[in-house]
Design a protein around this ligand. Structure first.
Ligand code: SF4
Ligand code: SF4
Length: 252
């Protein structure tokens, strides 16, 4: 995001709209005697577009130019109106894991493990996303990356989780690593995530997704309880509004 410094009257109306919450990241300069204007901190701005979409600038000084690669990845993951070409899904470029009724990504015996790095106010650099992805891929637990996820697309080596070098210093408001493994491998995955959490300069949440069998017991609940995790049970049910985009096999 840029501010047209000739138009900006430094009214600060846009400041509270920035989810990175960094008024102080806007630098003020004296350009012409008696005049101040702002400059958006390009290092911290994630190109989420919130300030622009708020449409509150009285002089239309906020500009949302197309960003070249690799800066482009910020908007792909942070601006919900930008569609990721690899998946044709806007809003971080990935289908929610909770739409499993339709997508069928996780079958019986499998657990989806998503790691959502960053939050408004802190964001996440891709070098930290890489650390987590490489830790999971290197743990030899059969973690299988989701193919249509942008973070997977940004990898130069999908067997190790290594990201392209040119995106490592880019940052997003949040980025999600998505994949799955067998349920019996979940404890190892959680141990890896506990270890790598101490090595990253951001926060992350862990999402675990399973099919719930007819008897209603959530298969991963005992594992989460053993690890002492606080968890929130969320679900999305297909009430006939979405046709399963995959085939059912046997009793899976
Ligand atoms: S694009 Fe987003 S992060 Fe950048 S200045 Fe605007 S609101 Fe803040
Ligand atoms: S709202 Fe517009 S004029 Fe006011 S500080 Fe922001 S960019 Fe400048």
């Amino acid at each position: 995001m840029k501010a047209d410094q000739d138009k900006c009257i430094a009214c600060k109306r846009c400041f509270p709209y920035c989810p990175m919450g960094r008024i102080q990241t806007f630098k003020r300069h004296d350009k012409i005697a008696g005049r101040v204007y702002i400059e958006i901190d390009q290092e911290r701005c994630t190109d989420c577009g919130v300030c622009f979409r708020a449409n509150i600038c009285p002089v239309k000084a906020l500009l949302q130019p197309e960003m070249p690669w690799p800066r482009e990845v910020r908007g792909i993951l942070s601006n919900p109106l930008i569609e990721f070409k690899g998946s044709q899904v806007p809003g971080r470029g990935t289908e929610e894991m909770k739409t499993n009724d339709v997508s069928g990504r996780f079958q019986a015996g499998e657990v989806g493990v998503g790691i959502e790095l960053g939050r408004p106010g802190i964001g996440a650099y891709f070098k930290d996303v890489e650390k987590v992805a490489m830790a999971l891929m290197g743990a030899n637990i059969g973690y299988e990356l989701a193919a249509e996820n942008p973070v997977t697309h940004f990898m130069s080596d999908k067997t190790t989780g290594k990201l392209r070098d040119d995106v490592l210093n880019e940052k997003a408001t949040s980025a999600i690593i998505e994949g799955k493994c067998k349920i019996e491998k979940l404890p190892e995955a959680l141990k890896v995530l506990q270890r790598v959490a101490k090595e990253v300069d951001t926060v992350f949440t862990v999402e675990v997704i399973t099919k719930v069998p007819p008897e209603g017991e959530i298969p991963v609940k005992p594992i989460l309880e053993k690890f002492g995790y606080w968890y929130s049970i969320n679900t999305k049910n297909n009430m006939g509004l979405g046709e399963p985009a995959y085939k059912f096999y046997g009793d899976k």
